[in-house]
Ligand binder design. Structure first.
Ligand code: C2E
Ligand code: SIN
Ligand code: SIN
Ligand code: FE
Length: 345
């Protein structure tokens, strides 16, 4: 335990040093002027500061004030040496956080008792803060483990959906990355962009509930079949809703709303404009663009310019114009995603 002694009295200095030899584990650091004592305290973690208040300038009170202002030294216990009758000085010192006083002339027994007490308190205090830091660390680790398990569960759920869906993992990766790109270009912060990347792959999870005869049909759907197909939006919502996970909450919204259209002609609820969740409006652009440029059991891939045309034609009717613009404004990034996740032969 580092004990700092600040006094211009050689007699007190020698006496305190001598007494501290009887205090186990204490190491004295002696300063005859408060400036160098303060400098040491600011650069090191003292465990006890003993300051003589009968010093020349700066006297003990400004010294303690400056010590307290250095925030990481706030908790250092300070003992002050004063004359017996200096009650006004003592009162001010208490205001500045002095813990206890030693009367001049120093009494050996009183000094030893006070110094030992204060170092014992300091010791328990340090143990407690170590424990608190350790607990904070454990909480942080546990939280990050929960987060990574959550991500794993989400990826597995998306994988389960992929088993039923003729769409490839590459489609899911592309549309998720397009969705993040649109979110980024709309000014979403990094954390929300990352959530979008995690949530978008689940947009069609409701197709788990679509019969094979319809899901895997190679030709066009008849209207009755398309009505069944449309249920995948609400089924996805049922699977994902009411989660406490923000990613799953976003995924549920996306599943429900990615086939709504900006002019209100979409499904399942025929919502229009801002009534459609923004995440859903974003995914609508990403999903349709990728569906058009990909092969499906029921269609050939479209050429890229035709797909872009389709988005432009759908501005304000099918799609939120802001989301179309956010997608087309950084075309190099779109092509980069397209090339990064292409179908394996
Ligand atoms: P999907 O194949 O992932 O397509 C997603 C969306 O992309 C479609 O939503 C539609 O808005 C757009 N899209 C995809 N292909 C075309 C196309 O050839 N022309 C145009 N104009 N738009 C296209 P939608 O229409 O609500 O369909 C939802 C899902 O229903 C589709 O997901 C697909 O799984 C299924 N589906 C739709 N039409 C047919 C079809 O004629 N035959 C089969 N077998 N399935 C279909
Ligand atoms: C996947 O769909 O398999 C990947 C999902 C993800 O990266 O979050
Ligand atoms: C689709 O339902 O896949 C597209 C409908 C259309 O061709 O307009
Ligand atoms: Fe869908």
């Amino acid at each position: 335990m580092d004990v700092v002694i600040v006094t211009d009295s050689q007699i007190n200095l020698a006496l305190i040093q001598d007494l501290l030899r009887q205090v186990d584990g204490s190491k004295p650091h002696c300063f005859s002027d408060s400036e160098s004592g303060l400098a040491w305290c600011l650069a090191n973690d003292a465990d006890l500061v003993i300051v003589d208040c009968r010093q020349p300038v700066p006297d003990g009170i400004p010294f303690i004030n400056r010590l307290r202002q250095a925030s990481n030294r706030r908790k250092v216990p300070v003992l002050m040496i004063t004359s017996e009758n200096a009650q006004d000085v003592r009162n001010r010192a208490l205001e500045f956080g002095v813990i206890d006083f030693l009367s001049q002339p120093l009494d050996r027994i009183e000094f030893l008792a006070r110094a030992r007490n204060m170092l014992a308190i300091r010791h328990s205090h340090l143990l407690l803060s170590d424990r608190a830091a350790m607990l904070a660390d454990e909480v942080k680790n546990a939280t990050s483990e929960i987060y990574s398990r959550e991500r794993e569960t989400i990826i597995r759920l998306a994988r389960a959906a992929e088993f039923r869906d003729p769409d490839t993992g590459a489609h899911i990766q592309r549309m998720a990355n397009y969705s993040r790109l649109i979110a980024a270009n709309l000014g979403w912060d990094e954390e929300r962009q990352e959530m979008m990347l995690q949530a978008a792959p689940m947009h069609d999870v409701g197709k788990l509930g679509t019969p094979d005869g319809i899901l895997l049909k190679t030709g066009r759907l008849i209207p009755e079949e398309f009505e069944v197909m449309k249920e995948h939006a609400a089924i996805g919502w049922e699977i994902l809703k009411d989660s406490s996970s923000p990613i799953l909450q976003m995924a549920a919204e996306i599943a429900l709303s990615h086939h709504e259209r900006f002019d209100g002609s979409g499904y399942p609820h025929g919502l229009s404009g801002e009534a459609i969740s923004l995440a859903g409006r974003i995914v609508a652009v990403a999903d349709v663009f990728d569906a058009l440029t990909s092969e499906r059991p029921y269609k050939k891939p479209w050429a890229i310019p035709c797909a872009v045309d389709y988005l432009e034609q759908g501005r304000g009717s099918h799609f939120d114009p802001r989301c179309v613009d956010a997608f087309t404004k950084d075309w190099d990034a779109v092509l980069e995603i397209m090339n990064r996740y292409h179908e394996k032969a």
